[in-house]
Write a protein that binds this ligand. Structure first.
Ligand code: NAP
Length: 167
């Protein structure tokens, strides 16, 4: 269970989640949409380290610095919109097409593998059963360090979702 975003009463809300955790009502608690500054402010007042911080993270907004900060505190970065909600045309990214052909995987699988291989948890959404299977079938190959670096260079460091800019 996650606190969806920073807000006035988020610390009080997290206390309630902590109680639910201590009572065994939930298995894990965490945060969502906390940037580095807000995350570091927040955890000073919490007893339980957030299991995850679920944030926008995809090929064009990779958030390596935030991941490092979270890691130092024992929190996993979890990607919402790991496939950028379809806003990135994967077939038009030569690097993805190249890796897709090399590994016999779809561009979406390459992206999900890239994220998970760097230690980011992913929650891709699909309405198609065949894509559910496709999106989990990413653990039988490994990108090389060179290929990871190649995909890292596609980071634009900018959100694709303007509503997050006010968080
Ligand atoms: N915490 C937050 O603030 C926050 C914000 C936004 C989203 N989320 C959560 O993040 C999760 C991810 O959902 P999302 O919709 O935002 O983003 P997403 O998973 O990046 O993108 C979903 C889109 O990708 C398509 N897709 C899925 N698998 C594909 C594949 N293998 N190949 C090509 N296209 C594929 C889907 O189309 P089809 O359905 O046609 O397959 C859908 O249009 C959801 O659980 C959502 O609730 C959380």
């Amino acid at each position: 269970m996650l606190v969806h975003e920073p807000y006035t009463n988020d610390k009080a809300m997290y206390k309630v989640l902590e109680e639910a955790y201590y009572d065994g009502k939930v298995k894990a608690i965490g945060l969502s949409n906390y940037n580095q500054r807000r995350f570091e402010q927040f955890i000073h007042s919490s007893n339980i380290v957030p299991t995850v911080n679920q944030v926008e993270c995809h090929l064009h907004f990779q958030k390596w610095d935030l991941q490092q900060t979270l890691k130092e505190h024992g929190t996993v970065m979890q990607a919402w919109s790991p496939l950028a909600q379809g806003k990135i045309q994967f077939e038009q990214q030569p690097e993805l097409v190249q890796l897709s052909e090399k590994y016999g995987k779809s561009p979406a699988q390459i992206v999900l593998r890239f994220l998970t291989q760097r230690g980011v948890s992913v929650v891709p959404k699909t309405s198609r059963v065949e894509r559910l299977a496709e999106n989990i079938d990413i653990f039988d190959f490994c990108l090389t360090n060179f290929e990871m670096d190649m995909l890292k260079k596609l980071d634009k460091g900018k959100t694709l979702f303007s509503w997050t800019e006010t968080l």
